[in-house]
Design a protein around this ligand. Structure first.
Ligand code: HEC
Ligand code: HEC
Length: 382
């Protein structure tokens, strides 16, 4: 027997056991480190693969450095894309002031607004305007080089501008997967196509992940500089919304439009004679308005049944009853109700309908068109 003494044998056993545990523990700790190292290598390789896929497929439109190519594709390697705001406090203040401005303006144009309240609102609106101008004057000159290329300083975060709630990685991946076929309407050199094989494109989903990893690798976090912003060659373009022709840059041709000032519009049409028959044709898109637009009213307002909007039949009866004494309409005349419903549909939303009617329709019609439509709607009794 090598170790005859029983106590010594026990001691040796304990020492051996503890040593084994320490070694095992050491290995376990290091295993984690090895995993991280492995993952890093894996991630690095993914980025590398993403880089070569990007060079082969994307630089043509997004530029070799990802800073965009004029009229081909927007910058992805930019503080805007990664959501870095250089003046967050000013952005925030202007956003608040604008929200207040919109609410006060809506209150101001109500016929029921009391005179002293109106004066109070006007004073506050003037203050707000001055303050917004001051804030813009403090910030915008510092960003002028980017503003000249289409950067909107009041909306400095790409994902907020497009209303995307998920991560940037998911945004890139989804854009790659499905493409933006509709972007053909505002990008002269071709739309962003779909790249995934599932959508008929050339790339596998793991390759799309690699490309997304590569793009996200451009993030500089808090270290973005104004030079990075100025180096952008092309910012994303604001897509046009087909339900709002003005956003597509279709300038109203012909006579000046009536706009969205309800009181001014009422004064203007009071001096005109409405032609109900022409109003009928305008409403149904059969003739073009004086601004040379086809009006979409009938698409949402069906004749005898409710569609997206209330049915056309009975519109005047409902205007006269002012939605059966709804206190929100106190002080309205039926004409004011109709004109506001057309020019500023968001101000009062008819119960049981959504706020689906678009603003800006007053930009697609002249005062005469509006007078004709009002005359036509006045024939809609029930
Ligand atoms: C033919 C030109 C073209 C090619 C090639 C192209 N893109 Fe695009 N890409 C565009 C355009 C144009 C847009 C803007 C679409 C829009 O405004 O909705 C865009 C948008 C994007 C966006 C969203 C940007 C944003 O701010 O919303 C990402 C991300 C993107 N492309 C990645 C890629 C990647 C990665 C590749 C290569 C696999 C690629 N694109 C290839 C033209 C292209
Ligand atoms: C995209 C759908 C849509 C289009 C296009 C549309 N409307 Fe509407 N309209 C609505 C909806 C929804 C409502 C009810 C919600 C509200 O009050 O805003 C409404 C409400 C109205 C009302 C109030 C009706 C009532 O019974 O009290 C009038 C008047 C009206 N629209 C006129 C028009 C005219 C005139 C046009 C064309 C110049 C038009 N609308 C285009 C959806 C639409």
């Amino acid at each position: 027997m090598l170790i005859p003494n029983i106590e010594n044998r026990i001691t040796l056993g304990i020492v051996a056991f503890v040593t084994t545990m320490v070694l095992l523990g050491w290995a376990a700790i290091n295993e984690g480190g090895r995993m991280v190292a492995l993952e890093d290598t894996f991630h690095a390789r993914a980025i590398e693969q993403g880089a070569s896929l990007f060079a082969a497929n994307c630089t043509r439109c997004h530029g070799e450095d990802g800073r965009g190519r004029e009229n081909f594709g927007p910058a992805l390697n930019s503080p805007y894309f990664f959501g870095h705001d250089f003046f967050p406090e000013i952005t925030d203040q202007i956003t608040r002031l604008t929200t207040e401005q919109v609410a006060l303006t809506a209150e101001r144009i109500r016929p029921s607004v009391a005179a002293d309240r109106a004066t109070e609102i006007d004073a506050r609106l003037a203050e707000i305007e001055t303050r917004i101008n001051e804030l813009n004057a403090e910030r915008n000159p510092q960003l002028q080089a980017a503003i000249d290329k289409g950067y909107n300083p009041q909306s400095p975060i790409r994902l907020n501008s497009v209303g995307w709630g998920g991560t940037l990685h998911a945004y890139v991946y989804t854009t790659l997967e499905h493409g933006r076929p509709a972007s053909i309407s505002y990008w002269p050199n071709g739309p962003m196509v779909a790249w995934s094989q599932t959508a008929g494109g050339p790339l596998r989903s793991d390759q799309l992940v690699d490309i997304a990893d590569y793009i996200l690798n451009w993030d500089k976090g808090d270290n973005w500089t104004l030079e990075d912003l100025f180096a952008v060659r092309q910012f994303p373009k604001v897509p046009c919304d087909p339900s709002n022709p003005l956003s597509c840059g279709i300038a109203p041709a012909g006579e000046p439009p009536v706009g969205s000032d309800v009181n001014a519009a009422l004064t203007a049409i009071a001096a005109l004679t409405g032609d109900a028959a022409r109003g009928d044709q305008l409403y149904h898109g059969q003739v073009r308005s004086g601004t040379d637009n086809a009006l979409p009213c009938a698409a949402c307002h069906q004749a005898e049944v409710n569609g997206v909007g209330p049915m056309t039949a009975g519109t005047w009866t409902r205007a006269e009853s002012l939605h059966d004494g709804d206190p929100a309409l106190a002080g309205y005349t039926p004409e004011f109700y109709l004109v506001e419903a057309i020019l500023l549909p968001g101000n009062y939303v008819v119960p049981n309908f959504s706020n689906a009617m678009q603003a800006g329709l007053g930009d697609l019609m002249t005062p005469q068109d509006l007078a004709d439509i009002v005359a036509y709607l006045k024939t809609q009794t029930q």
